[in-house]
Design a protein around this ligand. Structure first.
Ligand code: OKP
Ligand code: ZN
Length: 341
């Protein structure tokens, strides 16, 4: 399969993140995509191509245009206010009991358009974020041209981003944008989210719709980020009733629990009658992931790819999380190689 990639992802490199009560180097870093790209080349997965520079108008199909405009302008507003070149970072949110009104000043806007402090913005972040959308959309074009599979190697990830909020290292929801455009092109799309964290943004975007199926395997929200969505009683609403399937698993889950849950997800995708699959491909289910608590081993990712391939669907893989950088190339390529075997 083809891999879509551009160096522009490197333009997003947050200095640090607040985690476990300490300022730490950001886990979501450029080395992640670099090591995946080099492994893709090493195993000879297929050609690596640059994204088509089509712009990001497709983002407005699932995101509030005001939010996209905010992302584009946020760092400049921040720098005009703070003026020291630092990363823009939200710290106050319109939580329970507070009003949902967009403030005029940048610190307030940052809180209004986010749900956590995991989303620093550097001077050049937006260029990287926009390139991620183009990488995903170029994958869409390949699928619509009849490819059996493609790998959009985008950064930063997207699955936590809602229609109008960034969070969890995610700004624009690459997978949701791809699924929406594929749906508008007449495909019946299922999204399979195998990132360790629940894809709350993707779920929220499609929750009231019956034309896109969303299923996710992830750390149980009683234990794991993003905590406030991802329970198994979230089955969709209105026309979307039955088109959402969450499979939360407890901390410590290994392939003996993960494999059967993946079977359930795949059976539901088949029952939905999907003719196109979008995979939110996060590799933070790995046993050595520094921020996660599942126990998958490198070989398990071959099984994962094989199981997804058994669906027999054209499949667009969109890169999400995974923070054990050294093993990230092997684990990612194992899913894709397992899929093709
Ligand atoms: C993004 B993706 C861990 C705190 C987690 C944010 C994690 C974002 C993950 N104790 N902070 O889904 O890989
Ligand atoms: Zn994750």
């Amino acid at each position: 399969m083809k891999t879509i990639y551009t160096d522009d992802h490197r333009l997003h490199h947050a200095a640090c993140e607040l985690i476990g009560g300490k300022m730490m180097p950001a886990f979501e870093c450029p080395q992640r995509a670099d090591i995946v790209l080099s492994r893709v080349r090493q195993v000879g997965l297929g050609p690596v191509i640059a994204p088509t520079r089509m712009g990001i108008s497709a983002a407005a199909k699932v995101h509030d245009p005001k939010f996209v405009g905010f992302l584009e302008s946020a760092w400049a507003l921040w720098d005009a206010e703070h003026g020291d070149g630092s990363d823009a970072l939200p710290m106050t949110w319109p939580a329970r009991s507070l009003r949902q009104i967009e403030p005029e000043t940048i610190d307030g806007k940052l809180g209004f358009f986010s749900f956590d402090a995991g989303c620093g913005l550097t001077k050049t972040s937006f260029t990287a974020i926009a390139s991620g959308v183009e990488v995903a959309m170029t994958g869409v074009d390949l699928m619509l041209a009849g490819e059996k599979a493609a790998f959009s190697l985008c950064r930063p990830p997207g699955h936590h981003a809602t229609s109008d909020q960034m969070g969890g290292y995610c700004y624009l929801n690459n997978a949701a944008i791809a699924a929406q455009v594929l749906t508008e092109a007449g495909r019946r799309v299922a999204i399979l989210d195998v990132d360790y964290h629940h894809g709350n943004g993707t779920q929220a975007i499609f929750y009231h719709r019956g034309d896109v199926f969303f299923t996710s395997l992830h750390g149980h929200p009683t234990q794991e980020y993003p905590y406030f969505l991802g329970y198994d009683d979230e089955t969709g609403a209105g026309e979307g009733e039955g088109a959402n399937l969450n499979l939360p698993l407890r901390w410590g889950s290994a392939w003996d629990a993960y494999g059967p849950a993946l079977d359930v997800a795949c059976d539901a995708i088949a029952k939905f009658g999907a003719d196109m699959l979008v995979v939110s491909l996060g590799l933070d289910t790995f046993e050595q992931d520094p921020i996660s608590k599942f126990k998958l081993k490198s070989d398990d990712y071959l099984r994962m790819g094989e199981r997804i391939a058994k669906l027999g669907l054209p499949t667009l893989f969109i890169f999400e999380g995974g923070y054990a950088v050294e093993a990230l190339g092997v684990n990612t390529a194992n899913v894709l190689v397992g899929f093709e075997s």
